[in-house]
Design a protein around this ligand. Sequence first.
Ligand code: FAD
Length: 485
Amino acid sequence: MSGGVKPAVAVIGAGLGGLSAAIHLRLAGHAVTIFEANALVGGRANRIEEQGFTFDTGPSLLNYPWVFEELFHAAGRRFSDYVQLLEVDPSVEFRWSDGQHFQLSSDMKTLLAECERIDPGSSPGLTSFFRDAAAKYRLSFDKLVTRNEDNPLQWILRLSAREMWQTGIWRSLDGELKRFFGSRYIREAFGSYGMYLGGSPFELPGVFSILPYGELAYGLWLPKGGIYGLVAGMERLARELGVAIETNARVKRISSDGGRVTGIEMESGEVHGFELVVSNVDVPTTDRELLGKGPGKANSPKMTPGVLTFYWGVRGKVENIGHHTIFLPDDYKGAFDDLCRNKRVPEGLPFYTAVASETDPDLAPEGDSTVFALVPTPLVSEVPELDVAGIRRRVLERIGLEEARIAVEHAWTPAEWGRRFGLHDGSAFGAAHTLFQVGPFRDRNYSREIRGLYYVGAGTTPGTGMPMVVLGGKMTAERIAARAV
Ligand SMILES: Cc1cc2nc3c(=O)[nH]c(=O)nc-3n(C[C@H](O)[C@H](O)[C@H](O)COP(=O)(O)OP(=O)(O)OC[C@H]3O[C@@H](n4cnc5c(N)ncnc54)[C@H](O)[C@@H]3O)c2cc1C
């Protein structure tokens, strides 16, 4: 830890971004206190436990393990001493209503054979895709993603003309995939990752082909104990370093005077003085609820969709689906148009399921299973009342799960997600990653109006997803170090 007395920091929210920022700030010599509204840390990466079934509430696909290794390494610890990762390979299976299916694997031989099965002659395309996306991935992480840069020109000028060409930023993700794959099934599978970035593959920039690539190249993992095993490991590290964590501690307001942060007011009425505050609460929610900005002043970026999530504790083994399955409709483009433009639940009902107990049987009573289903939906303001019962019936039918086997059940609507974690308009993944909402165009990780106020998490840079918000924690700490308080 560096010497000198540094101002104490309040971090509002113990999501993965908040935990990461707290760890990095503590390592930089600040005294850090996290104030978390809920009883458990983790934010969207939370946990439900009932009758021996353990469910991760939100994230279920863990990739880029190097990001987490680096976080622990920065603290002089070994990640594997805190979190045990179980590899999930074969990883994700895509299924279409016409019966076609496509199984991903990080084992290149297996993946090549699968591509050939779906589309004979497609393996050279896959090899070229890997080469191209590997270069994009390196460029993105080395030069773009993890830099605090406010000036768009400076940001992009980090790339040479050749490198800029390589990013494919002016092509759509679907256009990018068309360069390598003739099969609609392979394109649809890889393009469906766009859902989590809040746009359709027909609109998102081509550089996001790094998403399917990153998952294949670095593998897909499940921490022992579920995703919450990672959260628990990060919480333990933070506490060992001396970060104070207060749970059931909801912040009501960030106070400021003369354009400088002065502290936080708790819902309980307590007031704490701080010169530095980092909000891990969704940026538009921070603006509206904690800073009291009116609707006109609160920023309103384009948001990613909402999600309706189901948690089923099931008696016996689930035979029909593996650990990760993505069900895609036959009218793929129509589904994205419905979700992103027409603002309705897509007719063909794309959805995702996870049976984490298949990889870690301890998540369910012996011989039983946990089933998680995630259905992308419009935002709360777009569809205030979802037909939850109708969607539930269709999901159960499609995965072939009999009602009678469900022993435990929970369902969270986008409104419920919003209420529990302060997610603006129930958006599951935060601000979308359209071209003008990434890098220096995205909401910054510091306030331009109030000195001493910073942000971390899915709504700010670099963006959404567990690895990104953990990288974001480091960026916020670097931002604080670089700016005079
Ligand atoms: C259903 C779902 C599935 C997902 N799947 C994946 C996946 O498979 N892989 C992946 O990498 N990512 C996935 N994500 C995205 C990932 O979960 C998020 O990007 C990431 O966890 C967000 O972290 P964050 O730092 O923004 O904090 P958040 O998780 O948003 O946490 C913010 C914290 O602030 C607290 N808070 C809010 N208001 C207050 C207040 N007033 N006072 C005090 N505390 C407050 C909240 O309680 C919460 O704990 C998924 C998200 C969802 C919702």
